[in-house]
Design a protein around this ligand. Structure first.
Ligand SMILES: Cc1cc2nc3c(=O)[nH]c(=O)nc-3n(C[C@H](O)[C@H](O)[C@H](O)COP(=O)(O)OP(=O)(O)OC[C@H]3O[C@@H](n4cnc5c(N)ncnc54)[C@H](O)[C@@H]3O)c2cc1C
Length: 466
């Protein structure tokens, strides 16, 4: 098949790709979505998502300047200011646009003001069939068809070629290879978390020891193809969005994505097999996940905490609380009346654990947490003392959901080359886009909200053709 019949080709039928495709079709473009999965209801990130649209854990309806400032602070200036502002500005418009598409968004309070519905967040393990992302994607697919757009399943994009009037996309199908041509191509393949070699090269020496908290579809094709056309990718590819879970989540699907151990880790201390703290817990679960993934053994760390943490907001306050789900769902939680006894249960020299806990407690009392090694922040996540018996040790695993590094785009979703100029006809959206989250402490912008970049891509394409 060789066709010039499309104005826009979208690579990837996730939330970012389907937003781009529908918006482009709505603006009068002839659109085709290439989706490598052959199934109608395959598992991938947008299908299994919990569904909260947020910008750095803040409602997309918050003040635009406030959102930009938060992203700047959390990424320590790493995020592209133009893109961050563009998403902060258009994010609320995306919420209304999704509603107009017939997608229900529920307000659950706090930063969960726009959540794909029906919501499913109770109990252990993953439930997605008939919920949140599953329904939203079905609706977007139906809408695309009504608008005359097409979705080609079983069509894996393998290479891109610039030509005189656009871009050729080579695709692999069960019947063989084919090439489609279009004036514009939107890359929305979801990142590279499912590509073990790339994860090993950029994120962790032991990708097999990370919980695969994702749909397994994002293999970095978009990044590779965009690079082949001269696209710039972020200098930093080593950050990812992920969480902490009890150790057995590595091979027990009942233990991820719920319950999550982030808040307990951020309240207490995280130690390695030798009983040393591994990172500044005060940066929270996403940073800790990244720091632990970089260790030689990402399955070798344990959270140490006390009864006050376990019974307080860190243990019970989260929407997916580890207390009591970890134990109920079969995870290991050691408990002892003294720190020395706890050390024995996890194979760490008792004196070492007693020293590290005492040093930590004293630093809280003296206000000298910054002098610990590694230093410890006391905000936004407060350091809780570890004093109230019984004491606990939870061996943990770290889970990767999606990569943060990726293709560089500007505020109009145009893919930039190494000199900062747009590559004609090439756009990117969603998790394959880099440079909007990351930085020294893995600052998180948000996942679903990056579908806004799909909206912007479609609007830029339509405006360019007008
Ligand atoms: C359990 C869980 C809970 C989450 N909860 C939240 C949340 O509450 N809030 C939030 O903001 N984020 C959340 N996320 C993250 C969020 O779901 C993702 O950031 C988002 O869905 C990514 O969308 P995307 O369209 O960029 O990529 P994807 O959803 O990964 O879609 C990419 C698509 O491209 C296809 N594809 C890949 N390569 C090719 C190729 N070569 N050719 C053709 N097709 C290809 C894939 O098959 C896939 O269908 C969660 C993720 C998980 C796993």
């Amino acid at each position: 098949m060789n066709s010039t019949d499309h104005e826009v080709i979208v690579i990837g039928g996730g939330i970012a790709g389907m937003v781009a495709a529908n918006r482009a079709a709505e603006l009068g473009q002839r659109v085709v979505v290439l989706e490598k999965s052959t199934e109608e209801q395959y598992i991938f990130n947008s299908r299994i998502t919990y569904g909260t649209f947020h910008i750095n854990f803040t409602s997309p309806e918050a003040n635009e300047d406030e959102l930009v400032r938060k992203v700047e602070a959390v990424t320590e200036g790493y995020a592209r200011a133009d893109l961050s502002r563009a998403v902060a500005k258009a994010g609320r418009r995306l919420m209304q646009w999704l509603r107009d598409e017939g997608i229900e968004l529920t307000d659950l309070g706090q930063y969960h003001t726009h959540v794909l519905s029906p919501v499913q967040r109770s109990g252990a393990g993953l439930k997605w069939d008939g919920f949140a992302g599953d329904l939203a994607l079905k609706r977007l697919e139906a809408n695309l068809k009504k608008r005359g757009g097409q979705i080609l399943r079983g069509s894996k994009a393998v290479s891109l070629k610039l030509n005189a009037d656009g871009i050729g996309v080579e695709i692999a199908q069960s019947t063989g290879m084919a090439t489609l041509h279009a004036k514009s191509v939107v890359v929305a393949d979801g990142g590279f978390q499912a590509n073990r070699d790339m994860v090993r090269a950029h994120i962790s020496p032991a990708p097999e020891k990370l919980v695969q908290r994702h749909g397994g579809t994002a293999t970095g094709d978009g990044l590779r193809m965009a690079q082949s056309l001269g696209a710039a990718v972020t200098s930093e590819l080593g950050n990812f969005y992920g969480h902490l879970h009890v150790r057995e989540a590595i091979d027990n699907a009942q233990l991820w994505p719920r319950p999550q151990a982030d808040d307990v880790a951020a309240a207490g201390i995280v130690i390695d097999a030798q009983g040393r703290r591994v990172a500044d817990e005060g940066y929270g679960g996403i940073y800790l996940s990244n720091a632990i993934a970089r260790l030689p053994d990402p399955l070798g760390t344990t959270i140490i905490f006390d009864q006050a943490i376990w019974d307080g907001p860190p243990g019970r306050g989260h929407v997916q609380p580890p207390n009591p789900l970890v134990v109920e769902a079969g995870g290991t939680l050691h408990r002892a009346d003294s720190i020395a006894e706890l050390a024995g249960l996890i194979g760490v020299p008792p004196q070492q654990l007693q020293n590290i806990v005492a040093e930590y407690n004293n630093a809280i009392d003296a206000g000298t947490l910054q002098q610990l090694s590694p230093p410890r922040r006391n905000d936004p996540v407060k350091a809780w003392p570890i004093r109230v018996a019984p004491f606990y040790a939870m061996p943990i695993s770290t889970a990767i959901t999606n990569t943060m590094g990726g293709i560089v785009v500007d505020a109009e979703a145009r893919v930039l080359d190494m000199t900062g100029l747009p590559i004609p006809g090439l756009y990117a959206a969603g998790s394959t886009v880099g440079g909007i989250d990351g930085g020294p402490h893995s600052g998180y912008f948000g996942g679903l909200i990056k579908a806004t970049i799909g909206l912007l891509a479609a609007e830029t394409i339509a405006a360019t053709r007008a």
